[in-house]
Design a protein around this ligand. Structure first.
Ligand code: PXL
Length: 282
């Protein structure tokens, strides 16, 4: 069985970060080790939240892993609460990355053109340094604009989105996948540029209209993509699977009249994840 490690927070309530990554990656038949960075009462979209910062606990944990000669097939980082945690993630990549190890960075920072509560304007510059260590990054549109230091624009066409992925990659990132791109009405998906192969890729599903925010949907996408890549699927196929699973999870949320406002109903979509994986195996 493949083993990955994911470094991000636990939001005790609010369907995101480790509460999303562990079930999705495990459901794909991949061992999901964790490096928890903080324990929050709720994610930061709630009006009130508490945070217990675990930065000082990170190196004692990784120190033991090194002594025990533990290794991982993939490293997946997501929400990191501070610049110090970004630095710790860079150390994790240095110590546990390398030949045959894939580093997947989801530079979680914001949405709808704004940084999440708690992040300062200088944060994206630090996150960029982590992105440069990655084999693949998965910013949403807001995060891609932040990393580029460009003004946010919600409506961009397909060729603009592809060019944007290339611009970001040109800054020293191997492969850039931008999520949440809607180049035409009724479609939503991803665009990708791969620097080593000088190759573009895009994939869109029918957009499920939701009249509420889809908190955690980026975590659902990234976790499914990591699970599929660790399962041995080639990257584009893994990304297609992740996009299909995310769209299906959103559809489940929209159909559920009793849904929670703070996250998508990926739980009831989990059987579909296995089905998508089996279909890909052929
Ligand atoms: O879903 C991303 C995420 C993860 N963790 C925390 C968050 C958010 C988004 O708001 O606040 C704590």
């Amino acid at each position: 069985m493949k083993r990955i490690v994911t470094m991000q927070d636990i939001s005790c309530v609010g369907k995101c970060s480790l509460s999303v990554a562990i079930p999705i990656i495990s459901a794909m038949g991949v061992e999901c080790s964790v490096l928890p960075t903080a324990v929050l009462s709720t994610h930061t979209a709630f009006e009130n939240f508490s945070i217990c910062d675990l930065t000082d606990n990170l190196s004692p944990v990784t120190h033991v892993w090194k002594k025990e000669k533990i290794d991982f097939d993939m490293i997946y980082t997501a929400y990191l609460a501070s610049v110090r945690q970004v630095d710790s993630a860079i150390e994790l990549c240095r110590d546990f990355g390398g030949e045959g190890r894939t580093i997947f960075v989801d530079p979680v920072m914001g949405d709808f053109g704004r940084l999440y509560t708690g992040f300062e304007a200088s944060y994206p510059g630090h996150m960029m340094e982590l992105c440069k260590k990655a084999d693949i990054i998965s910013p949403n549109l807001t995060e891609a604009f932040c990393l580029l230091g460009e003004e946010y624009c919600e409506n961009i066409g397909l060729s603009e989105a592809l060019k944007m992925a290339k611009r970001l990659s040109d800054k020293g990132i191997k492969s850039v996948v931008i999520t949440g791109v809607s180049p035409e009405k009724g479609k939503l998906g991803i665009v990708k540029y791969d620097r080593e192969e000088d190759r573009y890729f895009s994939y869109f599903t029918d957009k499920v209209e939701a009249s509420f925010p889809l908190h955690g949907s980026g975590d659902v996408f990234a976790s499914a993509a990591v699970g599929a890549m660790a399962s041995g699927f080639e990257v584009d196929a893994a990304l297609r699977l992740a996009a299909d699973f995310t769209a299906f999870s959103i559809e489940k949320s929209v159909k559920n009249e009793k849904r929670r406002w703070y996250g998508v109903d990926f739980e009831t979509a989990l059987p579909k994840l296995w089905e998508l994986k089996m279909n890909l195996k052929g």
